[in-house]
Design a protein around this ligand. Structure first.
Ligand code: GRF
Length: 224
């Protein structure tokens, strides 16, 4: 049997890396069409670096603090590292750092992010509290292509969770995170299978994905 070539991923993190872990786990399935070639962090102590190393993946960190030349120079160094790794797709997974416009241009259409709200609502930070403060009854998460404007860009997938009585930001974040771990590997699979396209209005369509990928769910009723 010929070796099928997989989509190569660079996953950029700043923290614990639970989304990274979900992607690592997905990649462990023989029939998953992607593999991680680089884990990168702007924080030397990011827990996700260890998750990468444990999985036998190259994991590198460059502290952004005090980096000579500022954001542009820093992002150029990150781009070089990604290029050297041979990655086809750059996956931001809790990378808590604004990327420069030249970085976005360099990786145009090959750069995705996950954000813990139903965009375009609640961009930026502290979004779980913002959703609670707004009194919304549904919250969720979004995977999108990255454009220079923060938390914008063509939406590829979203998952919805109910806001429940007694929720605080932490509880809501936990339930949303569970959905993040479901949709991020799914989106990467779609991209690897060449199913995702964006039209000139920035609307994404996913071709020939199984109906089940779009099943309506009510996570509030799901066990666990
Ligand atoms: C996630 O909620 C993600 O949506 C946001 O940062 C968090 C990262 O969590 N951008 P983890 O490091 O993947 O556990």
């Amino acid at each position: 049997m010929g070796k099928v070539s997989k989509l190569k991923l660079a996953v950029l993190i700043s923290g614990g890396g639970s989304n990274l872990q979900a992607i690592i786990d997905a990649c462990n399935a023989a029939d998953y069409p992607a593999e991680i070639v680089l884990v990168f962090s702007n924080q030397l102590d990011a827990g996700g670096l260890e998750r990468g190393r444990k999985a036998g993946i190259r994991a590198e960190a460059i502290p952004h603090k005090g980096y000579p030349g500022g954001r542009e120079a820093y992002d150029a160094a990150v781009s070089t590292l990604i290029e050297e790794s041979g990655a086809d797709l750059v996956v931001l997974a809790g990378y808590l750092r604004l990327v420069s416009e030249s970085f976005v241009t360099r990786w145009k259409d090959r750069l995705i992010n996950i954000h813990p709200s139903l965009l375009p609502s609640f961009k930026g930070l502290h979004v779980h509290q913002a959703a609670l403060d707004a009194g919304v009854k549904f919250a969720g998460c979004t995977v999108h292509y990255v454009v220079p404007e923060v938390d914008s860009g063509p939406i590829i997938a979203q998952a919805v969770v109910s806001v429940l009585p007694g929720d605080d930001a932490g509880k809501l974040a936990q339930r949303i995170l569970k959905q993040e771990h479901r949709i991020y590997p799914q989106v990467i699979r779609w991209i690897a299978e060449g199913r995702v396209s964006v039209n000139d209005k920035g609307i994404v369509t996913v071709a020939d994905a199984p109906q089940a990928d779009f099943a309506e769910i009510n996570p509030a009723l799901e066990p666990g």
